[in-house]
Design a protein around this ligand. Structure first.
Ligand code: MF3
Ligand code: CO
Ligand code: CO
Length: 275
C-alpha cells in the first residue's frame, strides 16, 4: 500500500484548505430552508469557493475535462433523504422534513479539504434526527481514537460498535480515503469492522499502522434500514438505499499528529475547533 506521509508544509496547506471547506458548511447553513433548491445551494457554495481563491474539487471529477459527460457535473454533493452520497444538485426545491448532507471539497494551493454535514429542512422526524445524531457520534468516536501506532481497522470497529448498539446498518461500498494533493488516495478507510469479515484483522487494510503525517478522511454512512445501496443507472453517480429508507453521513479530513489527531476541517462550535 502506498500511503503518503505529508510534510509539515503540506499539512499547513491542508489546514488552510480544510478551514475553507469548514467555513463553506457554516456559511451555507442559513440558506437551507424549505423552497431552496440544491442547485441554488451549489451555486452559492461555488461562488464562495471562487471568491476565496479556491476550486470546487467535485466539478468534472475525476477527469476534470468539461466535455466529459461521465464526470461529476456540479461543485458540491447534495444527498437528500434516501440518497446515501454523491447526490447531484438539481432544481427540485427542498421541503419541510427533508434531511440533506452537504459534502464540500475544495482545492486550495494544490491541496484538498473534504468535509460534510447533515442539515434538516425545518422539522424532521425523531427517527431521522436520531439517525443523524448517532452518525455524527460515530464520526466523533472514531476521531477520538486516532493516534500514531494504532491499526487503521480500529476505526471501523469503533464505528460498528455504536451503529450496532443503535440497530443501524453501515454502508460498505463507499469509504473514507487518504487525501492531500490527490482527492482520493490510499488508504481506504472502512467504516465497518473488517475483523468480523473473512479477511479479519489480517487484512492489509486493517493492520496498517498509522503514522504522524498521514492524512485521510472518516465519513461514515449509516442507514435506518438495510445497508444495501444502488447506483443510479442514468447519472452513474447518485447512490441511494435499496430499501428507500433514510441515510445519514458526516465527514472530516484528519491529520495524524505526534500524539494524536488534528481535525483539519473542524468548524467553530465543534469540540475539535481551535481558533
Ligand atoms: N466528497 C466525496 C468524498 O467524500 C467525493 C465526491 S466525488 C464526486 O469523498 F465526484 F461525487 F463529487
Ligand atoms: Co471524502
Ligand atoms: Co466528501
Amino acid at each position: 500500500m502506498n500511503v503518503t506521509i505529508k510534510t509539515p508544509d503540506e499539512i499547513a496547506k491542508m489546514r488552510i484548505a480544510g478551514r475553507l471547506a469548514a467555513n463553506i458548511l457554516l456559511m451555507i447553513e442559513e440558506h437551507i430552508k424549505p423552497g431552496i433548491s440544491t442547485n441554488q445551494l451549489n451555486d452559492i457554495c461555488h461562488q464562495y469557493t471562487l471568491d476565496h481563491d479556491a476550486k470546487s474539487a467535485p466539478l468534472f471529477y475525476p477527469s476534470y475535462d468539461p466535455t466529459d459527460t461521465t464526470a461529476f457535473p456540479k461543485s458540491i454533493c447534495t444527498s437528500v433523504n434516501k440518497v446515501v452520497c454523491h447526490g447531484i444538485p438539481n432544481d427540485k426545491p427542498l421541503k419541510e422534513g427533508d434531511t440533506v448532507n452537504i459534502d464540500i471539497t475544495v482545492i486550495k494551493d494544490g491541496y484538498h479539504g473534504d468535509t460534510s454535514a447533515m442539515f434538516h429542512v425545518g422539522e424532521i422526524t425523531p427517527a431521522n434526527k436520531k439517525l443523524t445524531e448517532v452518525t455524527q457520534q460515530c464520526l466523533y468516536a472514531a476521531i477520538d481514537i486516532v493516534k500514531p501506532g494504532m491499526q487503521l481497522g480500529e476505526i471501523g470497529a469503533c464505528i460498528q460498535k455504536i451503529a450496532d448498539k443503535n440497530h443501524y446498518s453501515i454502508v460498505q461500498e463507499y469509504c473514507g480515503h487518504g487525501i492531500g494533493a490527490v482527492f482520493h488516495e490510499e488508504p481506504q478507510v472502512l467504516h465497518y469492522d473488517e475483523a468480523k469479515t473473512k479477511l479479519g484483522k489480517k487484512s492489509k487494510n486493517y493492520s496498517l499502522i498509522l503514522k504522524e503525517g498521514m492524512t485521510f478522511t472518516i465519513e461514515p454512512m449509516l442507514n435506518l434500514g438495510k445497508r444495501d445501496t444502488k447506483l443510479n443507472k442514468k447519472d452513474h453517480w447518485t447512490v441511494t438505499t435499496k430499501d428507500g429508507r433514510n441515510s445519514a453521513q458526516w465527514e472530516h479530513t484528519l491529520a495524524v499528529t505526534e500524539t494524536g489527531v488534528e481535525v483539519l476541517t473542524a468548524r467553530a462550535g465543534e469540540p475539535y475547533f481551535n481558533g
